[in-house]
Ligand binder design. Structure first.
Ligand code: C5P
Length: 274
């Protein structure tokens, strides 16, 4: 069985305060994009195994796919460690980029394993929430408003489809660091709604972020911002040609850029399981 794990961007990410559990209170708009990893799930006797085509991607117990399998196995009332399943991950979503790759892989594994192990939806949701703040979103996909840790979700009316230029700096940002920098800097609250409050603290340490945003705007992006805790930066375009041209220009200045599309809830649900 093969399942796709789509990436997300945050069209907006407001940090409203700190919580007693060490997390931050958020108001964020998630949007799925067509860029995806692919998980191949096979029945195989013996201990659960995870393999990945990207050597930089940990394939051990620290990978969220492994933790998803272990959590669901327990939720299914089984003892010990998960077994008799092998998962192979084709990694295409850049890591430490704010695109939710690890969380999406975990949600895709939960969906596939829940079918195999006959685990109900309620247990899948509880397991997802325990894995990370972004994982519950990836059970839904499309356009969604995330409150609290980003895990209290509300479906949004789908905005018109957009072309997305993703620019991937040659450094990554850890989510923990980005929030710690926010706490240290306490940037002044911004007026407009489509803002990523983590952008200024990250750009203060990595000025390349602001340079990419400016370049995307010059190339005609209707909106350009950092996604999540970075380091990926996205630009939105209504036409494919303008998006391709913007990506070409960024590549000409030695940057890694790719063109993808937004994905609505219906397409997300239809394509997530193939
Ligand atoms: O939940 P997840 O493991 O993805 O979060 C990684 C880190 O990001 C957390 O340990 C926390 O430091 C930070 N975070 C936060 N507030 C959120 C989401 C994440 O402070 N709403």
């Amino acid at each position: 069985m093969r399942v796709r794990a789509f990436a997300k961007i945050n069209l907006s990410l407001r940090v409203l305060g700190t919580r007693s559990d060490g997390y931050h209170e958020l108001r964020t708009i998630f949007q799925s994009i067509a860029l995806h990893d692919t998980l191949t799930i096979r029945a195989r006797r013996g201990a659960f195994t995870l393999t990945c085509d990207d050597p930089a991607c940990p394939a051990d117990g620290t990978n969220l796919i492994y933790r998803a399998a272990a959590g669901l196995w327990r939720a299914a009332g089984r003892r010990g460690a998960p077994r008799d399943v092998a998962i192979d991950l084709q990694k295409r979503i850049p890591m430490q980029a704010g695109l939710g790759g690890g969380s999406s892989d975990a949600a895709a594994a939960l969906r596939a394993l829940a079918r195999r192990w006959r685990v109900g939806e309620a247990k899948v949701r509880t397991t997802a929430a325990a894995l990370g703040a972004d994982v519950p979103y990836f059970l839904e996909g499309g356009a969604a408003l995330g409150l609290e840790r980003g895990d209290l979700l509300f479906r949004l009316a789908e905005p018109p489809a957009r072309w997305v230029v993703l620019v991937l700096p040659d450094f990554g940002v850890s989510t923990k660091d980005a929030f710690a920098w926010f706490d240290r800097d306490r940037p002044a609250p911004q007026e407009h709604e489509l803002v990523n409050d983590l952008e200024a603290p990250v750009a203060a340490r990595h000025p390349e972020i602001a340079r990419i945003i400016a370049a995307l705007r010059r190339s005609g992006a209707s909106h350009a911002a950092m996604s999540g805790s970075g380091s990926a930066v996205f630009g939105l375009f209504s036409g494919r040609e303008t998006a391709v041209e913007a990506a070409r220009r960024l590549k000409a200045s030695s940057r890694r850029a790719l063109v993808t599309r937004t994905l609505n809830h219906q397409r997300y649900q239809a394509l997530a399981a193939t």
